[in-house]
Design a protein around this ligand. Structure first.
Ligand code: NAD
Length: 503
């Protein structure tokens, strides 16, 4: 399925109905069902329809996948290939992802309710770019020579770690899987990927495309399953050398415990956020900043780890800013994800919508003022939709300000001084991302240095540029995805010292 012509809603709908969906795990060099025979439903949030029953892998299947990964690593079928050879396979995989853009975009949209215009133009091509970025990088990296005495040679060589367990969430299923798998594979590791039980379809398809690209048997495995079963088995497995996790802070903490209780495997944790967006009174373009604030916080229905959900506006411009923000928020309306003109789709599932609505209730009970939204909306029958929701008159103690909601809910507060804004921004357990809007260079320097966040964006909400690492401070986790730093993460330095006899 790869037509270049733009499709309309009806065409996407009929392609969706005709789509043959692969539902099994990929272990070694083939698709296989779970050992127990158990399956789990994939319910589309577009309309509540069951689109597939996917293999529900358990610890037996994780054992088999880790065994395949370990064997491939020990045999050196991938790890010992020259970087230039690994590059070719990863580049071919990137090309195959692009060739299957329509199919993968459709799977992502059916699975996660993301608008088809975004999955086909952003998510899937973006995932392909991740593979080609690491393919391009891997044969251009040098190791180091240490400045030891003249009768010796000290080599600091980066080696792959071994078997990497990658555990990913549902909000950008293929993209985040690519952020893990591409650098881990480029560095020569073998990988077992556990997609979210809420969005396993593109990861399952990725495994077959990787094999088609030339990935040797056992190097890349995919085990769909529940977090408490397949995820937990992977995190505790003695033959897994590292778990690279993206998900909630609560599960991130559990991964640390599982690693400690098993083989002290390395962990990398990309966890939750509650990011501040600080609008200073010297912002050059109030309307532009208000539009950007709304677009950022409501992108992907707010189901974005870096979503700037705490808006801090200078009191002197707060009225003007809010007026403009509400206009833009009013223009963002949920639509059918299969309609190419839709930019705001469905939430991931009923349980998540109920959780988001419980936060709305908590805001109302705590005395915050609900300016817009706050309820389920009807778009497609039995679908999971909720429009942009904005609270004002919120205080730092309220649950809607302290906890990650991971939905389309914005809390607005105002401040009087720069120091007050910094203190409010840092008054959180998280530290993933922060935005500031100002024209004052000295303020940019002062404030960006004091914000406790892994990324600070100035006059911007951020970018998906692969050269910039992402990763948190504090309870947003540790370890960086993207950039060359991810390659460092998936390698370990071996020191080799050689003594010469005749120096
Ligand atoms: P989650 O923590 O519920 O699940 C994430 C993954 O962990 C899933 O694959 C799940 O099956 C698995 N899992 C669950 N319990 C497990 C266990 N006990 N052992 C091992 N694995 C287990 O998160 P989610 O609801 O899928 O995703 C939303 C969260 O992800 C939010 O908190 C969001 O901020 C975070 N996130 C962070 C980033 C980042 O880069 N920091 C990016 C995207 C999402």
């Amino acid at each position: 399925m790869n037509s270049k012509k733009a499709l309309n809603r009806e065409q996407w709908q009929s392609l969706g109905k005709a789509l043959k969906i692969e539902t099994r795990a990929w272990i070694g060099e083939t698709y296989c069902t779970s050992t127990s025979g158990k399956t789990m439903p994939v319910i589309s949030p577009i309309d509540g329809r069951e689109v597939a029953q996917v293999s529900q892998c358990g610890s037996d299947d994780v054992n088999r996948a880790v065994g395949a990964a370990r064997s491939s690593f020990a045999a050196g079928s991938w790890a010992m290939q020259p970087p230039g050879a690994r590059k070719q396979v990863l580049q071919r995989l990137a090309d195959l992802i692009l060739e299957h853009n329509e199919e993968l975009a459709l799977l992502e949209t059916l699975d996660a309710g993301k608008p088809i215009g975004l999955t086909s133009n952003n998510d899937i091509p973006g995932a392909a770019r991740v593979f080609s970025w690491y393919a391009e990088a891997i044969d251009k990296l040098y190791d180091q020579v240490a400045p030891v005495a003249h009768d010796g040679l000290g080599l600091l060589r980066r080696e792959p770690i071994g078997v990497i367990g990658a555990i990913v969430p549902w909000n950008f299923p293929l993209m985040i899987a690519a952020w893990k798998a591409a650098p881990a594979l480029a560095a020569g590791n073998s990988v077992v990927l556990k997609p979210s039980e809420k969005s396993p379809l593109t990861a399952i398809r990725l495994a077959e495309l990787a094999a088609e690209a030339g990935m040797p048997e056992g190097v890349f495995n995919v085990v769909p399953g529940l977090g408490s079963e397949a995820g937990d088995a992977l995190a505790r497995h003695a033959e897994v050398d590292m778990v690279s996790f993206t998900g909630s802070t609560a599960v991130g903490k559990q991964i640390m415990r599982s690693a400690a209780d098993s083989n002290m495997k390395q962990v990398s944790l990309e966890c939750g956020g509650k990011s501040p967006n600080i609008i200073f009174d010297d912002v050059a373009d109030v309307a532009g900043a208000a539009a950007a604030a709304a677009m950022a916080v409501f992108y992907n229905c707010g189901q974005v780890c870096v979503s700037p959900t705490r808006l801090l506006v200078a009191a002197s411009i707060a009225d003007e800013f809010m007026e403009k923000l509400l206009v833009v928020a009013g223009q963002i309306t949920p639509g059918d994800p299969l309609d190419p003109s839709t930019t705001y789709g469905a939430l991931i599932d009923e349980a998540h919508l109920a959780r988001v609505l419980s936060f709305v209730e908590s805001g109302n009970k705590a005395g915050a003022t609900l300016l817009t939204g706050g309820e389920r909306t009807q778009v497609v029958e039995n679908g999971v939709y909720m429009g942009p929701t904005i609270f004002s008159d919120v205080t730092q103690e309220m649950k809607i300000v302290r906890e990650e909601i991971f939905g389309p809910v914005l809390s607005v507060m105002s401040f009087r001084t720069e120091q007050e804004a910094i203190e409010m921004a840092n008054d959180t357990d998280y530290g993933l991302h922060a935005c500031i809007w100002t024209e004052d260079m000295n303020r940019i320097n002062r404030v960006s240095r004091q914000l406790r966040a892994g990324t600070v964006c100035v006059n911007s909400n951020g970018t998906l540029d692969m050269s910039l690492p992402v990763g948190g401070f504090r309870q947003s986790g540790f370890g960086k995805d993207r950039s060359l730093m991810a390659l460092e993460k998936y390698t370990q330095v071996k020191t080799t010292f050689i003594q010469f006899r005749d120096a």
